[in-house]
Design a binder for this molecule. Structure first.
Ligand SMILES: Cc1cc2nc3c(=O)[nH]c(=O)nc-3n(C[C@H](O)[C@H](O)[C@H](O)COP(=O)(O)O)c2cc1C
Ligand code: SF4
Ligand code: SF4
Length: 249
């Protein structure tokens, strides 16, 4: 079985490709309620595919991994594929710690950058190039998984980055600067796609109802009219989600 989390679609894209190529099933962590794991898929494989956040795990992935009963994972081939804009650092070690079991194989997959609240994501042209380059990596990863390859890389730089940068995630994942500007048409897409149920439409205008969220940036990047802002800097920045990248003419 493969479990994935995705804000802007990169990890979903990778999970669906990897599941199809390895004859497995991919489940969205945001849609699994309670501690019961689905019964379909390869019972001897447990895969986790998600984006790196601040050199570590999205909070929802950490919670899911901690809640999984260890016996459901023990004895299976455990792998992680961590999508990133640059580097997964030691996010795989954080996953292993949350799971309470060792990971057999971990791979990183460079995909288009999406963290618009902190920097300007790639242009459409650059994102298309990055996605094209990722295809070969996905093929390699599938081959490794099918051959049950054991490989977990570790680097001092990655571990240091996780140790120093990951604590900032808790501080920065505030919702306070989010707002919808005058372009908002009240379509409700942001409310329905938020994996944290942190957005509610009130009088046709979205409001962020939790002080902190996953910071998956799905809302701000997926709004069909680019109406969502995070403070003053995002209005001029590129917006990235794989749905728009792939579907646009
Ligand atoms: C909150 C947040 C933090 C991020 N931190 C990192 C990071 O530390 N290193 C990195 O290479 N990419 C980082 N990124 C970029 C994403 O990991 C990358 O774009 C990923 O492929 C997005 O996956 P998704 O489309 O499945 O959500 C971050 C993105 C977000 C939203
Ligand atoms: S997705 Fe955009 S247009 Fe639709 S309700 Fe949310 S902010 Fe408004
Ligand atoms: S409010 Fe936006 S950034 Fe936060 S979890 Fe929901 S969709 Fe993601």
């Amino acid at each position: 079985m493969i479990f994935y989390f995705s804000g802007t679609g990169n990890s979903r894209y990778a999970a669906q490709k990897i599941a199809a190529m390895t004859g497995d099933r991919a489940y969205d962590i945001a849609e699994i309620t309670g501690g019961d794991l689905p019964g379909d898929g390869n019972a001897d494989v447990t895969g986790f595919i998600f984006p790196v956040y601040f050199s570590g795990l999205p909070e929802i992935v950490k919670r899911f991994a901690s809640d999984i009963k260890v016996h459901a994972v023990l004895g299976t081939y455990v792998f992680s594929v961590i999508t990133c804009g640059a580097s997964p650092a030691a996010a795989d070690k954080k996953l292993a710690k949350a799971l309470g079991v060792n990971i057999d194989y971990s791979a990183s997959l460079v995909m288009p950058d999406n963290y618009i609240v902190a920097y300007n994501p790639s242009t459409r042209e650059k994102a298309l190039d990055t996605l094209a380059a990722a295809q070969g990596e996905i093929d390699k990863i599938c081959n490794d998984i099918l051959n049950r390859r054991a490989l977990v890389k570790s680097s001092l730089k990655g571990s240091l980055s996780t140790a120093f940068v990951y604590p900032l995630y808790g501080v920065f994942r505030t919702t306070r600067p989010f707002f919808a500007d005058e372009k908002c048409v009240g379509c409700g897409k942001c409310e329905s796609l938020c994996p944290d149920s942190a957005i509610k439409l009130k009088g046709g205008i979205p409001e962020w109802t939790k002080p902190r969220c996953q910071h998956c940036v799905a809302c701000i990047n997926s709004c069909p009219v680019d109406a969502i802002q995070f403070g003053k800097k995002t209005a001029e920045r590129n917006r990235y989600c794989i749905e728009k990248l792939i579907s646009k003419k």
